[in-house]
Design a protein around this ligand. Sequence first.
Ligand SMILES: NC(=O)c1ccc[n+]([C@@H]2O[C@H](COP(=O)([O-])OP(=O)(O)OC[C@H]3O[C@@H](n4cnc5c(N)ncnc54)[C@H](O)[C@@H]3O)[C@@H](O)[C@H]2O)c1
Ligand SMILES: [Zn+2]
Length: 372
Amino acid sequence: MASPSIEVALGERSYPIWITTSQADGSNPVDFASSFQDSVGSCSHAVLIHDAAIADTVANQVERVLAGMNIRVTNIQVPSGETSKSVAQLETIWNTMLGSGTDRQSVVVAVGGGVVGDLAGFAAASFTRGLRFVQVPTTLLSMVDSSVGGKTGINLPGGKNMVGSFWQPQMVWIDTQTLSTLPDRDFISGMAEVIKYGVIEDAEFFSWLKDNTGSLAERNPDALRHAITRSCESKARVVAEDERETSGRRAILNYGHTFAHAIEATAGYGVCLHGEAVAIGMQMAARLGIDMELCPPSLLEEQTAVLEAAKLPLVWKEADPDQMLPVMARDKKVAHGKLRFILPNRIGDVSLVGDVPAEKVIRAIEACRSMN
Ligand SMILES: NC(=O)c1ccc[n+]([C@@H]2O[C@H](COP(=O)([O-])OP(=O)(O)OC[C@H]3O[C@@H](n4cnc5c(N)ncnc54)[C@H](O)[C@@H]3O)[C@@H](O)[C@H]2O)c1
Ligand SMILES: [Zn+2]
């Protein structure tokens, strides 16, 4: 048995992340069945919850492997898209689980992007007060971000991710080959989070990214495995230090996100993809960092070069501080009415900065309406 690419260190809730690439003949250097057996232990029933977009490909392959292990599989297909992270969809899943004899010994296997991972993870966390759970992420964003760290949940009509739970999987299985069908726009969007890890806490990885965005864009398997491994290591380190967001350390993962959430909300949800908003938000945060004299202007130049090479958007013509500031004021990072931001000190190091003057925030937003 090979050793896992990464071990997420959370005491008794620790789990492995496997990062591999299946070959043209369908074989894989790391065997899914033995990894599953090793991490999950005995299992006679799996609830396979998958995104409709990968029903005939990844979900089908996973189902065949599970069936080959003499595991009875209940297959639940979820329509693609954010609207599936709903109470209605969760209720359908709970009822299907009940109707198929799901019990405390069953294992939930989530196959899809962040939407299915968050939804299936919460179904696992809540059904009979908690089932074992395996993540098979199939988008770049879910491989480097949502499948690591144990946040699961759904949206309410009035708020994103409002209901959920911290629920760690038994293992995460990442096959970079599954990215071959992911649309470019989703792939590029996921790159924003990859680049984010370089800026927030891994300067060496950032420098690697400077030379390798081209290979990543071509979805070169070696480059992908490296970038996904470094990203998951970064997230795992941060999560291990602050699993439930109590010390403040986990907040560094939100670099660029206070701006991004305001961009997403004012643009209208779904108009820009999350990673696209994060890229623009990172540019705003870097400008704010420079204005606050926390980091040199060269940081913005370096960040711009890498985001641009990844083909991410860097400006938002419609950026309107009058609309964005009220949204930011409602953000979770506001303490006692003061705006707080994760700002860069240098590549590989950021801090949570409180008491940021509104006029500087406005300047940073306005500066990102065009390239100069
Ligand atoms: N839990 C966390 O810590 C965390 C962190 C970040 C984001 N999230 C959540 O993740 C969600 C976004 O995740 P996402 O970007 O993966 O979106 P997603 O799950 O909606 O997937 C994006 C699109 O790709 C399609 N797709 C998925 N895999 C594919 C494949 N291999 N080939 C072709 N198409 C494929 C999907 O059908 C969908 O249309 C949001 O709901 C967000 O709140 C959670
Ligand atoms: Zn994000």
